[in-house]
Design a protein around this ligand. Structure first.
Ligand code: AMP
Ligand code: MG
Length: 488
């Protein structure tokens, strides 16, 4: 096991030439202190949690002391923001510290978010605020707990420095994000739009070797890689739709090449199923509304495809892209089948799922509570009563339940097996915005305990928790008044 000082760094991205990045050191934060530490993530990089000194970790993440073995760089990328190409993006408030290789030869990027200005900061301050850092820390562990691909985080550090956000001074923080991949669709767009086609090829080769070695000997490796990105992105957004997750800023610079949920901002897990929900006050057109996410992901994939045109035949690219709707639909149905406890695959399932989602949307049902309650459904009066408490129109529910009963008759498994399997994919707890907000409110009073309690809860969200049971109930009325913006 390693200590922070002996992590096995091997910084392959930093060995690429300069147009890929600029070397930048973190800007020290005033009096950094450790707020949260994730020992599960430490394990990924063979880091021994018991060897840690909170104050030295805070100094590393607060930019006071360079982390031994790291070679901080600001990655260059561009991207389409809200549909408009922006050539001036790049790591503007974060740095790739380097890559840690563990004993199983897995390579983890360490990215310090909130580390100060870089050449790509444009007009902004290079900082992340505590509020948004807590939200990212909680969300990445909650997504992981749901089995949805995501970046993770090793630790969260606070400080006495403040910056202005939405007209108020707020404390700064840093988050050490950990993921196998920090390459965004926008990395490819940069080389394409600046006509650096040799570098575009170099980037694609780097990605093939590092993320898609299974395609190195394919007849058309770049096409195979693109097909895989299309598939993974379709599977990812299907999971978001199945759990009511709104990413809220699906710009191409927030799309991970390996299909992970990436860059948490004003995201929401919907308390009430509303297809038109927009989770970002700055998104005036509703471009990234919940129901539009599959289309927006496809749009982003087409932007990536455009950037790969110098490497892949246009017709082949288009046919790979055009597979997205089918890939998405089959993944979406598979997700909902699991949530409904259906093991066999029947063509009628599509209609059953549509009927259910229509009911959710007519009645603004809390979908996650509904699925959890449905896990205990046995056709008996009491279990029907529990479901009725979650809807406004019980008639629509009973029509759907009749169809569901008929469908269950075609399953081989029996109720107890359904219950256990359904509970495992239908969480008792989901990260609702008000929960994150409570953790933020307490943190602003200097109490960080709820952050760790929520992480523990959401890491195994299908388990019961006597201590935190209240979080499985309907959200409080004030939850509806939470306002999320790009700086959330
Ligand atoms: P985001 O909205 O977090 O996906 O960021 C979009 C772009 O703006 C990226 O290039 C970021 O690095 C940059 N950016 C966001 N916030 C800041 C900030 N506070 N300081 C500097 N750059 C930022
Ligand atoms: Mg971003």
């Amino acid at each position: 096991m390693a200590t922070l000082e002996t992590l096995n760094f091997d910084n392959s991205y930093a060995r690429l030439p300069e147009p890929f990045y600029q070397q930048v050191m973190p800007t020290p934060l005033k009096t950094p202190f450790l707020i949260a530490f994730n020992s599960d993530v430490a394990e990924l990089m063979d880091l021994d949690p018991s060897s840690l000194s909170p104050s030295s970790l805070a100094d590393y993440l607060g930019g006071i002391t360079p982390l031994p073995g790291s070679e901080p760089i600001a990655m260059k990328y561009t991207g389409h923001q809200f549909g408009v190409y922006n050539p001036d993006l790049g790591d503007g408030r974060g740095l790739l510290l380097g890559e840690v290789v563990n004993n199983n030869n897995q390579r983890w990027d360490l990215h310090l978010k909130g580390s100060g200005k870089t050449p790509f900061s444009r007009f902004a301050d290079g900082r992340a605020v505590l509020r948004s850092s807590i939200r990212e820390y909680l969300a990445s562990e909650a997504m992981h707990g749901l089995g949805i691909p995501t970046t993770r985080a090793l630790a969260l550090v606070g400080s006495d420095d403040t910056v202005m956000r939405d007209g108020m001074m707020e404390p700064c923080a840093t988050l050490l994000r950990v993921s196998e991949c920090h390459i965004r669709f926008g990395h490819f767009e940069y080389f394409y739009y600046t006509k650096q086609h040799d570098e575009l090829k170099r980037l694609a080769d780097y990605c093939l070797v590092r993320y898609f070695p299974q395609f190195l000997n394919a007849r058309q490796p770049y096409l195979a890689m693109y097909q895989e990105v299309v598939k993974r992105s379709a599977e990812l957004v299907a999971k978001w739709q199945a759990y009511g997750f709104v990413h809220a800023v699906l710009n191409t610079d927030n799309m991970s090449l390996i299909g992970e949920t990436f860059d948490y901002g004003p995201y929401s897990f919907m308390d009430e199923y509303k297809p038109g929900m927009v989770s970002n006050q700055n998104d005036h057109q509703g471009r990234y509304a919940f129901s539009k996410q599959p289309d927006m992901v496809q749009w982003n994939l087409s932007a990536l495809g455009q950037a790969l045109l110098p490497l892949i035949d246009k017709e082949e690219l288009l046919s790979a892209l055009n597979r997205f709707p089918d890939l998405y639909q089959s993944s979406e149905i598979a997700e909902f089948r699991k949530r409904l406890g259906l093991q066999s695959e029947l063509s009628e399932d599509t209609a059953l799922i549509k009927q259910l989602l229509d009911m959710f949307s007519h009645q603004a049902v809390d979908m996650n509570r509904f699925f959890r309650t449905l896990s205990d459904y046995d056709g008996g009066e009491e279990s029907i009563l529990h479901l009725e408490q979650l809807v406004q129109n019980t008639h629509e529910l009973s029509i759907w339940l009749e169809a569901y009963d008929k469908r269950l008759d075609k399953e081989a498994a029996s109720f107890p097996i359904w219950t256990a399997q359904m509970r495992s994919v239908n969480p008792q707890f989901i990260l609702r915005n008000y929960m994150a907000q409570e953790a933020i409110n307490q943190a602003s009073e200097g109490d960080f305990a709820l952050i760790n309690d929520l992480v523990e809860l959401l890491r195994a969200p299908s388990n019961q928790s006597a201590k935190m049971e209240h979080y499985s109930a309907s959200p409080p009325a004030w939850a509806g008044s939470i306002c999320l913006t790009c700086s959330s």
